[in-house]
Design a protein around this ligand. Structure first.
Ligand SMILES: Nc1ncnc2c1ncn2[C@@H]1O[C@H](COP(=O)(O)OP(=O)(O)OP(=O)(O)O)[C@@H](O)[C@H]1O
Length: 374
């Protein structure tokens, strides 16, 4: 699967632009704020029906315009598919595949998968557990459509249970029957989510370790582990034991909504003890593990989007990474960088053909092929 063409109209800082890609490596270069990342985000829209960076769709419409259109031709299983996402102000977002609406937008998720590696991902390390759960959920739900339904259901039951706990505490009246119905519903779907996360994480950690050690030449020891209260007891037992506390705090204090991923380097928390370059290497290995996981589950290669990847990586790690992603295990790749020369130099050195699109102020100034030694 690969993206052949992309057209953006009134999307962020683009009035109108059309690009034709290589099935291999493509790069967007230009100054800060030129619009390089915006093109990656347009591809993200076509894959996941939303922005990677900003959850508010209307803010992607170019200032002073009334709508945006992002359209792309993707080759999959030997066929060309036309994907189009558009939004008019004050209207619902539209998403079409081969000019037809989806019955459920969720049916599109995972059909044209991509993996984005961006500086924003540092939130996965430095922010709270919600970011890490979001990462894990995003990976699993792109390969298991029922998982997303389970998550939606879990959140609904959790909210109902929390509202009931609040109401009961305020009125000092306890309807144990209703609470036990909510608890049972939550339990059933929570256990399912836990089992899926547990089954996913073991092979994922193995692949993550391989990528990290390749990138850093085995110089550092890192650890990734899954933490869940459900490891020790069944969800039902946990909820029963926590009920007095839940009544006092007026919310559900145990469950898979408390799960986390723990990251460490040389036995210490990565957030506090990892350098910026080590954190970046960790994130890259995490995302490459996601990439490998998608390949294994889907039987084809997703797109790989590398935003500002060279920042904070030393020369050695950078070259290793480029060699790795240009090899046969990877498919189509998009890279952004402020320096055309750096990209040109790197890919000429490893003799990998690349198409570089030079960008300035939301316009494509030119595109050239490089990386072929003469
Ligand atoms: N809705 C919008 N309307 C107009 N311009 C927008 C809109 N949303 C974002 N922009 C502009 O897009 C530009 C940022 O583009 P982008 O993030 O793609 O830059 P970049 O080339 O990746 O830069 P950097 O090298 O700094 O990462 C900014 O100038 C921003 O003002």
């Amino acid at each position: 699967m690969w993206a052949k063409e992309l057209t953006v109209i009134n999307f962020k800082n683009y009035e109108e632009a059309s690009l034709h890609f290589l099935p291999g490596v493509n790069a967007f270069t230009g100054d800060n704020g030129a619009g390089k990342t915006n093109l990656l985000d347009a591809l993200h829209y076509l894959s996941l029906c939303k922005s990677y960076f900003n959850p508010i769709d209307v803010q992607q419409i170019r200032q002073d315009a009334d709508f945006f259109i992002v359209q792309g031709v993707f080759e999959k299983d030997g066929e060309d598919d036309l994907l189009a996402c558009s939004l008019k102000r004050n209207q619902k977002k539209q998403f079409k595949r081969n000019k037809k609406d989806y019955q459920r937008l969720a049916d599109h998720i995972g059909a044209y998968p991509l993996v984005m590696i961006s500086p924003n991902d540092v939130a996965i390390i430095v922010e709270g557990s919600e970011e890490r759960r979001k990462f894990m959920d995003n990976v699993i739900s792109q390969t298991d459509s029922h998982y997303l339904d389970d998550l939606i259901l879990y959140n609904k039951y959790l909210q109902s249970r929390n509202s009931l706990l609040k109401q009961q505490a305020q009125h000092k009246r306890y309807d144990d029957e209703l609470l036990s119905i909510y608890t049972e519903q939550l339990c059933e779907v929570g256990e399912k989510i836990y089992q899926k996360r547990k089954a996913f994480i073991a092979p994922f950690i193995e692949v993550f370790n391989q990528h990290y050690h390749y990138l850093t030449e085995n110089k550092e020891s890192v650890e990734l582990s899954y933490e869940s209260q459900l490891v020790q007891s069944s969800f039902q037992d946990l909820l029963m034991a926590a009920l007095p506390k839940d009544r006092v705090l007026e919310r559900t204090t145990v469950g898979v909504h408390k799960d986390d991923l723990a990251f460490s380097i040389h036995g210490m928390p990565l957030k506090k003890f990892g350098s910026q370059g080590q954190q970046k290497s960790f994130l890259i290995a995490l995302k490459l593990a996601q990439y490998t996981f998608f390949c294994q589950e889907k039987g084809f290669k997703p797109l790989l989007l590398l935003d500002d990847i060279f920042d904070k990586l030393d020369e050695k790690r950078m070259r290793k990474l480029m060699q790795m992603v240009s090899a046969d295990d990877f498919g189509q790749i998009f890279i952004t960088d402020t320096s055309t020369e750096r990209i040109e130099h790197t890919f000429t050195e490893i003799a990998v053909p690349i198409r570089i699109f030079e960008i300035a102020d939301g316009q494509i100034m030119g595109n050239e092929m490089y990386g072929i030694k003469v």
